[in-house]
Write a protein that binds this ligand. Sequence first.
Ligand code: ATP
Ligand code: MG
Length: 388
Amino acid sequence: MKEMILLKLGEMVLKGLNRRSFEDKLQANIHRRLHPFGQFRVYTRQSTTYVEPKEDSCDVIAAYEALQKVFGIVGISLARPCEKDKDAILATAKEFLDDQLRTAKTFKVETKRADKSFPMTSIQLSQYVGGELHEAYENLEVDVHHPELVVHVEVRDFAAYVHAQAVPGAGGLPVGINGRAVSLLSGGIDSPVSSWMIAKRGIALEMVHFFSYPYTSPEAKEKVIELARLLTPYTGHLTVHVVPFTAIQEELRRSCPEELFTVIMRRFMMRIAQAVANRCGAKALVTGECLGQVASQTMEAMMVTGAVVDLPILRPCVGMDKEEIVQIARKIGTFETSILPYEDCCTVFTPRHPRLRPMLSEVEKAECALDVDGMVQAAVEGIERIHV
Ligand code: ATP
Ligand code: MG
């Protein structure tokens, strides 16, 4: 018999919201994520989800690792099955958890019994296995309140299972349970983190990237695609909408006051992102903006930027220090790619003295000279969609 995986579900259980649809969504996400590793049976009983390999060729260890990146799960443990017999259970515990049993100072055994026909009660089985382990390992003392190691035993319908403490899951809510948003993905450190934070709250993402060829290189675009790819273990499949942005930037450089260039450019980004959102049923925009980080990220600039769209703009990094953002970027594995040295379109034609506190009226006046709708439409029509 192959090992199986036990998942402890997150907030959805506590929330009592629409628990059933949360579980269904999570199960669908789990199935999709495990697809490359073989066929698994996935079912939920009493806030534990069981992931059982259906065939010998299943890669259970790869599945165990992949599941650590699925939102909606708070704890994951690998369990070894054995015959439903007290000595088989004891032998499995000794073999499967030997390293941990050797190093822990205190432990206890906790038994769950789904099969009520098993001849011992949960307490009797815990006492038997615990007593034998205590004798076998000289280093171990029993501590029922704060044990270093908990040996879990589950007696289920077709087998018994032994597992140790769970490793932490990704937390959050199953992706897709809370709708869809469009995330503006640059090649920087912040926007992959902001995307991840919003996906974590159960939101499916569409990615938009503004690309200014030939001012930014094909490598810069590849880097963004790679960042999106690095997010997919968490978000599931992503589409990156690559927007041709060169014509707009050149037009703005020709006809806008230099100190307003950045804020007007960002208004175009928002308009285009909203057009993408409307097409794919997304209900919010996401950016990696952070208060005070650069000239375009003052409250005034955010107000002027946001004024062109109706959708809410989610900025999960808004109150974070760079170091905190970097920490998450490292944890989710995007940092090393983010710091590759390619230009972003925001660094093309950067004004020498960008206006820190732009006024809406002056910005609107500067835009009067532009065919805003035509420029947005042309950019949207030129979008290239890349699936990762
Ligand atoms: P990041 O590390 O995410 O690049 P940043 O500090 O460099 O952030 P800006 O370049 O001012 O900040 O961009 C702020 C936000 O605007 C980004 O987090 C991203 O959401 C969006 N953005 C900037 N440039 C692009 C782009 N080329 N394509 C898509 N979105 C972008
Ligand atoms: Mg950037």
